[in-house]
Write a protein that binds this ligand. Structure first.
Ligand SMILES: Cc1ncc(COP(=O)(O)O)c(C=O)c1O
Length: 398
């Protein structure tokens, strides 16, 4: 049989991260590549207890299909949690529970835009968002990021130019806190300007915030959704970095009319998110375990963040500039020599270290001399050794 494939799937490329994970899982390779939490943070004892309780007391519901928007008690608990940790005021009716926030990204692309429409992203931006939006046939216009996140002073001009050419953007996708891949955060002044621009041009903001709770240094900055004027912002959150990614649970907060459309698209995707995972999350939040776990994660990740920065200072400071993030999971390094970091990957793997090249986070081939380094997965010793192997690889490129 000769199969013919759709234009949208033919236009998609395999994610560099998935490809890299295959190589990086070979023995002896230190992976600074994927965005994985440390298995040390998985609350195995607590989750075992919760799962046993669910099977004893609530199996009939936990093993059954659930509502398309999510199980009501879970949505209620998420609303309570969001008020507590992010000062977001919302209700269950405005929350959909998804199979990871990745599914939420796909739903957004399907609900808010048509194939061929333009949206605005940061440049660089989260590689999974690029695949979710590409799968919906969207055109991405990247606004460069500096150490303070999206350069909002460039945003308005770009919007005007796009409107002038009949391509008014359908939404603005941002990761304002501990951005993936750069690790940078947007200060409150820029956040205000971003909200003003969104309201002025009536272009919705989509705020993706998987890392907001993982702050190791500095003062918290309010999330966009909690700020004045931010009530209509669509907000994505996840349990992946504060519980486990394996249970695949994320959620989207959105105005009611958007929620109705999510309901329709979600029915087509999977009818409903895994009920068992949802009941696990419900107990995890209700029993307050999440808040204690986040504190433990922060202690562990702060040590790892300090270890990678120390090693970068000792080994790579004359070769690369790098972010020193106050939280999150990533350092963004840009090499001073004119090296193409994508082309360098095989040499790095040969030396026993993996990373993701800057180009994976753009749609236009920029960021060639940058790379994203994850610091949450490896041990302190592996992080130091990984940076040494990367330095050796860079030296060999001369
Ligand atoms: C910015 C961002 N958004 C969304 C996701 C997807 O997370 P999940 O689908 O596990 O909730 C990630 C995962 O790394 C991410 O970094």
């Amino acid at each position: 049989m000769k199969f013919s494939f759709s234009n949208s799937v033919n236009g998609m490329k395999p994610s560099e991260i998935r490809e890299l994970n295959k190589m990086a899982s070979s023995p002896g390779i230190i992976s600074l590549g994927g965005g994985m939490p440390s298995p040390e943070t998985f609350p195995i004892r607590e989750l075992t207890e919760i799962m046993e309780d669910i099977m004893k007391n609530n199996a009939n519901l936990a093993l059954q299909y659930g509502n398309t928007l999510g199980i009501n008690p879970v949505r209620e608990e998420i609303a309570i949690m969001l008020e507590k940790v992010e000062k977001i005021r919302t209700t269950m009716e405005n929350i959909i529970v998804n199979s990871g926030s990745q599914q939420g990204l796909y739903e957004l692309g399907a609900v808010l835009a048509n194939p061929g429409d333009t949206i605005i992203t940061e440049e660089p931006t989260y590689v999974g968002a690029v695949s979710a939006f590409s799968a919906n046939g969207l055109r991405m216009e990247g606004i460069p990021v500096d150490t303070m996140g999206m350069k909002v002073e460039l945003l308005e001009e770009r919007i005007k130019a796009l409107i002038g050419s009949g391509r008014k953007p359908k939404f603005i996708y941002v990761i304002p806190t501990f951005q993936n891949p750069t690790g940078y955060s947007m200060p409150v002044e820029r956040r205000k300007i971003l909200i003003e621009i969104s309201l002025k041009y009536e272009i919705p903001i989509v705020e993706d915030n998987p890392y907001g709770q993982l702050r190791y240094y500095g003062q918290p900055v309010p999330c966009l959704r909690s700020m004045p004027g931010g009530e209509d912002i669509i907000y994505l959150g996840t349990f992946s970095k504060v519980m486990t990614p394996g249970l695949r649970l994320g959620y989207t907060v959105a105005p009611k009319e958007v929620m109705e459309k999510f309901n329709l698209i979600k029915q087509a995707l999977d009818l409903a998110t895994n009920s068992f995972s949802q009941y696990v999350a419900y107990e995890y939040v209700k029993r307050g375990i999440i808040y204690k776990q986040v504190e433990l994660n922060k202690i562990l990740y702060k040590k790892k963040r300090d270890a990678i920065i120390k090693s970068l200072k000792e080994n790579m400071s004359d070769m690369a500039e790098y972010s020193e993030p106050e939280g999150g999971m990533f350092v963004w390094a840009t090499v001073k020599k004119n090296i193409d970091t994508r082309e360098m990957i095989p040499a790095a793997i040969k030396n026993g270290v993996a990373y993701v090249s800057g180009q994976a986070f753009t749609t236009n081939g920029t960021q060639k001399s940058s790379m994203r380094l994850n610091f949450t997965f490896g041990t302190v010793e592996q992080l130091d050794e990984g940076i040494k192997r990367l330095t050796k690889t860079l030296n060999e490129q001369a």
